[in-house]
Design a protein around this ligand. Structure first.
Ligand code: ING
Length: 300
């Protein structure tokens, strides 16, 4: 068996005025609790260092870039890397990446227990819109502030297995999970910032927790892999974000789930060998998958 304890570190609201240092202090506290539970990997949310700034419209480049990291580890996040090394725990971190060439991405990294960046992913499915839409109670301007990710859906050798990543809206698209499954992922780590209110279809607001779990459970089951999905939750700058962080097994079963909308650690012992129960049987891609009949899926 290749079993180990994995944890999710759900974060409550991060105020616009809250410093990265304050967010990092909260994250280190959660990392300590995860380590105390024997976790070898802890997953933090999407854009975990700051408030979810795409809820506001701005044109000033300096007003946008203030939310981005130009290096990783940065001065503020070095403490997080050092705490991880001291505790002997790896982590997944979502943050806004500004590259030396001036490109903006919604990014996630996988850091191993030695504090080395073992993998990077840049969000491909950017939800929301590009221009200010005044009918909305709050904006969702990811298409304005980020470029589409340019790294594909990579899978990395780490923690004794094959680890993939995605970010928030990516989890709603079956193609995300299938690409990672085809890449051999045995565990997918992801963070999300999901408002309770979805302005284009408010009649679905009561379904946000259900759609979160449905997306992750289906992705895990249909590709025979473990998934750790972690929220930035709670009322953040007047906008309610869902919690519902969860760990799903390759069978699709939820094995751990958050019960608050604040800072909360969830954890479970997972065995990567259990992926075979699904991948050698019902979703044995080599035996049962019929890609020659799926051409429409890759058609633009
Ligand atoms: N947030 C949301 C998400 O996909 C959203 C946007 C909410 C889309 C509800 C559809 C319905 O979970 C991010 N950051 O992608």
């Amino acid at each position: 068996s290749r079993s180990f304890v994995v944890a999710g570190a759900q974060l409550g609201p991060i105020a616009a005025a809250e410093s990265r240092a304050s967010a990092v202090t909260r994250m280190i506290e959660l990392m300590r609790e995860a380590a105390a539970r024997g976790a070898r990997l802890v997953v933090f949310p999407e854009l975990a260092l700051t408030t979810f700034f795409p809820r506001w419209y701005t044109e000033a480049p300096a007003e946008i870039d203030r939310w981005f990291e130009t290096e990783m580890p940065s001065a503020e996040t070095r403490r997080l890397f050092e705490a991880a090394e001291t505790l002997g725990i790896g982590f997944h971190l979502g943050y806004a990446e500004l590259t030396p060439e001036g490109r903006h991405f919604n990014t996630a990294i996988l850091v191993d227990a030695a504090g080395r960046i073992a993998g990077k992913y840049r969000k491909i499915h950017l939800p929301g819109h590009r221009e200010h839409e005044d009918w909305r109670p709050f904006q969702h301007l990811e298409k304005r502030y980020f470029e589409k990710g340019d790294l594909g859906f990579p899978v990395f050798d780490a923690f004794g297995g094959r680890i993939g990543m995605c970010i928030c809206n990516d989890r709603r698209w079956p193609e995300t999970w299938r690409m990672l499954g085809l890449g051999g992922a045995e565990l997918v780590c992801l963070g999300y910032n999901t408002p309770l209110h979805y302005p284009p279809a408010p009649e679905h607001d009561h379904l946000q927790y259900f759609h979160n779990a449905l997306s992750v459970q289906a992705g895990a089951y249909q590709n025979g892999l473990w998934a750790v999905a972690v929220a930035k939750a709670g009322r953040e700058e007047g906008c309610d974000l869902i919690g519902g962080s969860l760990i799903a097994a390759p069978t699709g079963e939820i094995v751990a789930q958050a019960s608050t909308t604040g800072d909360e650690v969830i954890s479970a012992r997972i065995d990567l060998d259990r992926c075979a129960e699904i991948r050698a049987n019902v979703f044995n891609f080599a035996l049962h998958r019929e890609p020659q009949d799926y051409a429409l899926i890759t058609a633009p």
